[in-house]
Design a protein around this ligand. Structure first.
Ligand SMILES: *Cc1c(COP(=O)(O)O)cnc(C)c1O
Length: 362
């Protein structure tokens, strides 16, 4: 079976000596190795304010706190995403207001987001679903026009870019996840990219109990609520070795994605997604819209290719009942959207077999 997702680990002879070194170094908690990982991430992403944390969810939580989101506020979000995007909003006590998606991409519709803004809206959560950058230009305009901070959940879009700059540089806050199945994994972990330097310093306090690492423990006076969200040297070591491979790993996703963009054109009952101008997806999943979705999934699975819609639309979870609203585009998209394998493990032979199999019909 060609799987839909797969964990990339660097070769043993590269990773294990580094891991052994750190495990017996006496410094396994957050230290110099984490600093080094943050520096290397900053270089890769092109944003010097990279705050590593122990999960993508922790990064989202810190972003929501920095945006000032509190109980009783509203946060506009998408139901087409992995659940953490939205459970973390509930964690702050704020109410989620769903906006509908753009049928051409599956990402949030800027027009519908604008319609959902009220005087209670404290932040807008946008997701680059499956690795396709959302309409960054229009969302930048919304952020400017209303002064409402945008939090970009880029968990699927590590290595993607817009206007020649990687995701991580276009909004006040962008997060990535380094969980097991993402483009880059540190086993578990995440990063929050922050535009503002003062907020970056504040985020460091929130990351670790509100305690500053710049002065001694006795000199500290905790004045902001903090959490235990830091990354440790062991996860950072995995991250540093992973980063040596990231260009080639992300490159494979993109190469396969571009191949499908061409090879799957003009197939009856199959529609390709569109990309917004000037954006380069990193194709964490390759998403298509098909008629008879279940038959498509079954046919591909029978022929050894994993196909799935993977995520449940989040608005159907009981915990989000208070936010229930009409989302006609998502209703339509739900009937058709499905992902096929596209990652680093998909060989040239595999991808040709996938295209041939789809062309045979379902
Ligand atoms: C994986 C993921 C997260 C959460 O990341 P964790 O590191 O597992 O906390 C958030 N949003 C999306 C869209 C994800 O896919």
């Amino acid at each position: 079976m060609i799987p839909l997702i797969r964990t990339f680990m660097p070769p043993k002879d590269e990773l294990m000596p580094e891991l052994e070194k750190v495990l017996y170094s006496g410094y396994i908690n957050q230290g110099v190795v984490v600093d080094d990982f943050e520096k290397e991430l900053a270089t890769y992403l092109g944003n010097s304010n990279c705050l590593t944390v122990n999960s993508g969810t922790a990064a989202l939580h810190i972003a929501l706190i920095l945006a000032g989101v509190k109980e009783g506020d509203e946060v506009i979000s998408t139901a087409l995403t992995a659940e953490p995007t939205n459970t973390v909003i509930k964690q702050t006590g704020a109410k989620i207001v769903w906006a509908d998606i753009d049928l051409k991409t599956g990402n949030l519709s800027p027009e519908d987001v604008e319609r959902k803004i009220t005087n209670k809206t404290k932040a807008i959560m946008v997701v680059d679903y499956a690795g396709i950058p959302m309409d960054i230009k229009k969302f930048q305009e919304i952020e400017k026009k209303y002064g409402i901070p945008i939090i970009e959940d880029g968990a699927h879009a590590f290595g993607a870019s817009f206007a020649g700059k990687k995701i991580g540089n276009h909004f006040k806050y962008t997060i990535f996840s380094f969980q097991a199945i993402k483009h880059l994994t540190t086993v578990d972990g995440g990063v929050l990219c922050i535009a503002n330097n003062d907020e970056f310093e504040k985020a460091k306090l929130i990351r670790w109990f509100g305690i500053s690492k710049n002065v001694t423990r006795k000199e500290n006076d905790i004045s902001v609520q903090g959490y235990k969200y830091h990354m440790n040297n062991v996860n950072a070591t995995v991250g540093l070795v992973q980063l040596k491979h990231i260009s080639s790993v992300v490159g494979k996703y993109i190469e396969n994605g571009k191949f499908f963009d061409e090879a799957l054109k003009n197939i009856p009952n199959l529609e390709l997604l569109e990309y917004y101008p000037d954006s380069q997806p990193s194709y964490w999943l390759y998403t298509v819209k098909v008629k008879n979705k279940q038959a498509f999934i079954d046919t591909l699975n029978t022929k050894g290719i994993m196909a799935s819609d993977l995520h449940k639309r989040n608005d159907l979870h009981t915990i989000f009942n208070e936010s229930m609203s009409s989302l006609p585009n998502l209703d339509q998209f739900e009937n058709e959207w499905v992902h096929i394998p596209c990652g680093w493990w998909v060989t040239e032979e595999d991808r040709e077999y996938i295209v041939r199999t789809i062309k045979e019909g379902w």
